[in-house]
Design a protein around this ligand. Structure first.
Ligand SMILES: Cc1ncc(COP(=O)(O)O)c(C=O)c1O
Length: 448
């Protein structure tokens, strides 16, 4: 196949084993995306679709951003790669300074990884390294939460809590990981924003401390708003309580902001939106507008200092890093993204758009197959009623919406809608109208 045709229709679908995909179903009736510009995608039937989930929550500034393309091209022409161990290049330091201007509290130290999963695994390792540096080697346990998604390497899978992601791999997961309950309660029906009830679920952490010894726990990791499982918004007071319990037992609190970070929740980070400062934060996705991979861990100055102080001058202080940690091409994209955030006042734009989006998405409440809707910032989860077996309604509706011209991510029976930050109100209307059509067509097909 010639290089121009590479994103179009391939000769064979057989060899590519697709990630998180029903390969057999896909190969019987493929969905190929051929072009992307602004808020729109085009598929291999030449049909235009609106992007309803910013790719995988990673392209909030729109597709085909000229500024990012130019920055990446220029970087590739000047310095395409510099190996990142025991040497560096200017861009990664500049980016770290710019990221740290946005991070809450004194989370000013920036470690680069490849993606969200490697950011989570790095945070796990930094937690252990920090405690050891302070002479506290007995903390080996990690606490995650049911229905959490933190990525797919062993560390991130272990602290995650989505059953289909863990059950096949139970034999190779990290030992010593415990899970709190998720925060979704049956009474949380059609709630936009933080539910009033459920803060006490944070006491699960206290209970784990009582049962396993808080002094053995290195860190507790949560997504401030659980994204991939279907937008579970923390009850009012819940994150504050987690912070209190962590402080009481010397446990590090990690916020996984891979989806929430860089504006999705309204503030730059969910930490600021909910007024709770963690000890570490992970980011990825929107950091580069999704066009090249990059993960980031931000940690407190004090944690960095402790690890530095534990080693003599000339020694490598943290035996951890990746071939692609903060490489020039990712940094160039991320710096261009930072420029766009500033130039287009993106975070204020999101804040202005949030009430309109939340009101619009909850208008789908009247549809008979819809069981529940939740939302925070520019993200919402629409639960479909069960159809014979878990996941069927979600997948069928996803395909029906795809045909109706709206593209998004569905997990199980939940449709996750997360518009791009550059959306105008008319685009929100288009997303919601097309989701409505897709759900109605799904309903009709069930009856036939
Ligand atoms: C909260 C969260 N953490 C981590 C990850 C893993 O990111 P990646 O797929 O880039 O490894 C994801 C991916 O969706 C995520 O939503």
């Amino acid at each position: 196949m010639s290089s121009e045709k590479r994103t179009s229709v391939p000769n064979s679908l057989n060899e590519h084993w697709m990630p998180f995909t029903s390969n057999k179903d896909f190969k019987a009736n493929p969905r190929l995306i051929t072009e992307a510009k602004g808020v729109y995608l085009k598929n291999h039937h030449g049909k235009t679709q609106i992007d309803g989930s910013s790719g995988l929550f990673c392209n909030p500034l729109g597709h085909g951003r000229r500024e990012i393309t130019e920055a990446v091209t220029k970087q590739l022409e000047t310095l395409d790669y510099a190996q990142p161990f025991q040497q560096g290049f200017g861009g990664s330091f500049e980016l770290a300074t710019r990221i740290s201007k946005h991070t809450p509290g004194d989370l000013n130290k920036i470690f680069y990884t490849i993606c969200g999963s490697t950011a989570v695994e790095t945070a796990i390792k930094i937690a252990i390294a920090y405690h050891r540096a302070k002479g506290d080697s007995k903390r080996f346990r990690f606490v995650g939460r049911e229905r959490a998604y933190h990525g797919m390497n062993i560390g991130a899978t272990s602290v995650g809590g989505m059953i289909n992601n863990v059950k096949t791999f139970a034999s190779v997961l990290m030992p010593g990981v415990l899970h709190m309950r998720h925060t979704h309660l049956p009474e949380h029906k059609f709630v936009s924003g933080q539910p009033e009830t459920g803060a006490e679920i944070a006491n699960d952490l206290e209970r784990i401390c009582e049962n396993f010894g808080g002094e053995n726990i290195a860190a507790c990791i949560v997504e401030p708003v659980a994204g991939s499982t279907g937008c579970l918004v923390p009850p009012k007071g819940y994150l504050e309580k987690l912070r209190e319990i962590c402080d009481k037992h010397g446990i590090l609190l990690i916020f996984d902001e891979v989806i929430c970070g860089w504006g999705r929740m309204g503030s730059v980070f969910a930490s600021q939106e909910f007024g709770v400062v963690p000890d570490m934060m992970t980011m990825a996705k929107a950091t580069t507008n999704g066009v090249v991979p990059m993960g980031v861990v931000a940690c407190k100055d004090e944690m960095y200092d402790a690890v530095m102080d534990a080693s003599p001058m000339g020694a490598v202080e943290l035996f951890h890093g990746y071939t692609y940690s903060g490489i020039p091409v990712s940094v160039a994209a991320a710096l261009a993204v930072q420029d766009i955030f500033e130039k287009e006042d993106i975070f204020n734009r999101v804040k202005e758009l949030v009430p309109y989006f939340q009101k619009s998405i909850f208008s789908l409440k009247d549809l008979e197959p819809v069981a529940n809707i939740r939302g925070q910032g520019l993200m919402a989860g629409i639960d479909m009623k069960l159809n014979t077996k878990p996941g069927k309604a979600g997948f069928e509706t996803f395909k029906s919406c795809y045909e109706a011209g709206v593209n998004f991510k569905a997990t199980g029976d939940c449709l996750i809608i997360a518009p791009q930050f550059i959306c105008e109100k008319k685009h929100i209307d288009e997303i919601v109208d097309k989701v409505r059509t897709g759900i109605q067509n799904y309903q009709k097909n069930q009856k036939n």
